[in-house]
Design a protein around this ligand. Sequence first.
Ligand code: A3P
Length: 345
Amino acid sequence: MAPWLELPYEITNVTAEEEKIIRKCLLGYTKPFVRCGKTGYVMPGAFRKHAEEIYNMQVRPDDIWVITFPRSGTTWIQELVWLVENNLDFKTAKSKPLYKRFPMFEITAQIPEIAFELIKANFMNLGNFQGLYEAAKVPSWKSLAEAPSPRFIKTHLPLSLLPPNLLNTAKVVYVARDPRDVAVSYYYLHKMVAKSLMRANFNHFWEAFRRDLLPWTPIVAHTNEAWTQRHHPNMHFVYYEDMLKDLPKEINRMCGFLNREYTDAEVKMLAEHLSFESLRKNKNVNNTTSANSEGIQFVRKGEAGGWRTHFDEKQQLQAEDFLVERLKGLDLKYPSFPLVESTRL
Ligand code: A3P
């Protein structure tokens, strides 16, 4: 048994002003939001109680972890990884929900924290949510400790908040996406799950996003942690935009990483299963195959560059400043944001 590790970072409450901005976008959370470590990752308050358990989770060499910032194509890559690793077992994939095959690590620090009456009024009739809620009641690090190998684990936590031996022990897949598309997609996710939990319009949401105040932000630092490890033999770094551009190519890259071989016909079949239209209809993957009253679904648009129709001119400039500023001094690149384009800072 490995020795119990103390957290190497501090957890502090966000400032009163920051709390106000967050709560404009997210209602119903029962505790003040917190910031973790020097980078200041924002998390719901319940994370404080669970952070040490999370940091001390026993990683297994045959685990496969998918790490993403929310709305970066997590679900898409999870289904890909799971099928590649499970001999393209479409039968099980079509009968068992993804959240059971590939549980979310820190869900206990999120969903049960939202006031139950709000959950009941807002989420319970949404696709797989009831099952997700029940699953979140048992801390995932406890259920995962009892789960048979190989385990498939999804998390939105950055590497620095995860067990320190993770990358040297297990395989990790990281998906990155243009933060501007993430911001739009994140906004619609909140609108979808809880219209009445959100007083914000896109402008409020963007303000919180660009100030790195929403849960799991700052996004660029989050992605950069994985990017700097991209040559580690256990790290597989993927861009959402590359999956959109050439899915079979990304499937083949993943097969190489996971040491799996499939024929071209099998890769084609997998690509069809993973297509936007197919995943959108798949109720084991798309948590909400029937759209909410505003027509929003979990698997929503599936585009690169859709942010252009949501950002006004001021927001476009703010976004450019945000990216230039956050990327300063890093060699992380987003294919959709070549830094040469930007001359404003
Ligand atoms: P949009 O809201 O921009 O459409 P996550 O799983 O991390 O929450 O990411 C959700 C985003 O991935 C959503 O983005 C969703 O539509 C997109 N997505 C899911 N499956 C996809 C697919 N097969 N093709 C393209 N995009 C997909």
